[in-house]
Design a protein around this ligand. Structure first.
Ligand code: SAM
Length: 273
C-alpha cells in the first residue's frame, strides 16, 4: 500500500487540530498496541476515531470484527482506500459523544473490547462513559496524554492521585501498557502519550459502585479540606464519618487523597449501615 501521507495528500485531506487528528503510521507500533490489548479472533472491537484507518487495519488483522466510529466525513474516501481489503472492518460516520447505548449495542453487541487512539478533547468523557455506563466493555485500551495516564494509574498519596483514579479503580484494574513519544504521530502533538489498559472487574453491584463514586466525588471536592469536612459539606453526617474513620484506623484529619480505592469502598460500607 502507498504511504499513508501520500494517500492523504492524494485525497486532498487537511488535518483538523480541533478534532485531535494526530495519526499513527508506524506498523510495528500499531501491531504492538493491538497485541497489548489482547485482541483475538473471538473479539468484536469498537474503535473511536478511525482517522486514516491505520489502527483499524491493525485491529482487523487480529479481531473477529472491528467497528470504527469517525466524526470527520472528509475521511470517507481515504478510509474506502485504506480499508478496501479489510472485509471485517466497518466504519460508521458518527459522533462518539452522542451515540446511544442502544446504537452501540446494535454495532458491536454486548461482548466487546474498546481500542482507540482517542481524540484528546474527549478523553475523559469517553473513558468515564465506559467506566460508569451500562455498556461495559471487557477491556478498554486507549491512547491518552501522558499526564492523564499518570493520573489514571496513580497510587494514593501521590500528587497525581485524584477522584478519577479512585473512581475508575472501583470497576477496573488500570495499567499503562506503552509509552508513545509525540514524534510517533503525524502531525506530532505538543505532548507525549501512553496507552492505558482498563480491565473491567465486577467488584460490587452497580448501585454500590455509584454510592462509592458519590463519596469519592465529595471527598475530592475541595483538595485543601479534610475528608470529614468535604463529606459533611456534601451532607454525610459528621459523627458517622468520624466513627467510620476511627473504625478504619484513620486519623480524623485525614484527606481524601490518602485513601486507597479499596478504603473508599470500605468507607461506603461503614457509612451505609
Ligand atoms: N485511529 C487513528 C490513528 O490512530 O491514527 C486516528 C486517531 S486521531 C488521534 C482521533 C480521530 O478521532 C480523528 O480521526 C478524529 O477525526 C476522530 N474524532 C474526533 N472527534 C470524534 C468524535 N466525537 N467521534 C468520533 N470520532 C472523532
Amino acid at each position: 500500500m502507498d504511504k499513508i501521507v501520500d494517500i492523504l495528500k492524494r485525497h486532498g485531506f487537511g488535518f483538523d487540530k480541533r478534532l485531535g487528528q494526530n495519526f499513527l503510521t508506524d506498523g510495528n507500533l500499531l501491531r504492538a498496541i493491538v497485541a497489548d490489548a489482547g485482541v483475538t479472533q473471538d473479539d468484536a472491537v469498537l474503535e473511536i476515531g478511525a482517522g486514516a484507518g491505520t489502527l483499524t487495519r491493525a485491529l482487523a488483522e487480529r479481531a473477529g470484527r472491528v467497528v470504527a466510529m469517525e466524526i470527520d466525513r472528509s475521511l470517507k474516501p481515504v478510509l474506502a482506500d485504506t480499508l478496501a481489503d479489510c472485509p471485517n472492518a466497518q466504519v460508521v460516520f458518527e459522533d462518539a459523544r452522542t451515540t446511544s447505548d442502544a446504537r452501540l449495542r446494535e454495532l458491536v453487541g454486548d461482548r466487546f473490547k474498546v481500542v482507540a487512539n482517542l481524540p484528546y478533547y474527549i478523553t475523559t468523557p469517553m473513558i468515564m462513559r465506559f467506566v460508569e455506563g451500562d455498556m461495559r466493555p471487557e477491556s478498554m485500551s486507549v491512547m491518552v496524554q501522558k499526564e492523564v495516564a499518570d493520573r489514571l494509574a496513580a497510587r494514593e498519596g501521590s500528587s497525581d492521585y485524584g477522584a478519577i483514579t479512585a473512581s475508575v479503580a472501583q470497576s477496573c484494574d488500570v495499567s499503562i501498557t506503552r509509552y508513545v513519544p509525540r514524534s510517533m504521530f503525524t502531525p506530532p502533538p505538543n505532548v507525549d502519550s501512553c496507552v492505558v489498559k482498563f480491565d473491567f472487574v465486577e467488584r460490587m453491584p452497580r448501585d454500590e459502585e455509584r454510592a462509592v463514586r458519590a463519596i469519592i466525588a465529595a471527598a475530592f471536592a475541595m483538595r485543601r479540606k479534610t475528608l470529614v469536612n468535604n463529606l459533611a459539606a456534601a451532607g454525610y453526617p459528621k459523627e458517622r464519618v468520624l466513627a467510620a474513620l476511627s473504625q478504619m484506623e484513620l486519623r480524623a484529619d485525614v484527606r481524601g487523597e490518602a485513601l486507597s480505592p479499596t478504603q473508599f469502598a470500605q468507607l461506603k460500607n461503614l457509612l451505609s449501615v
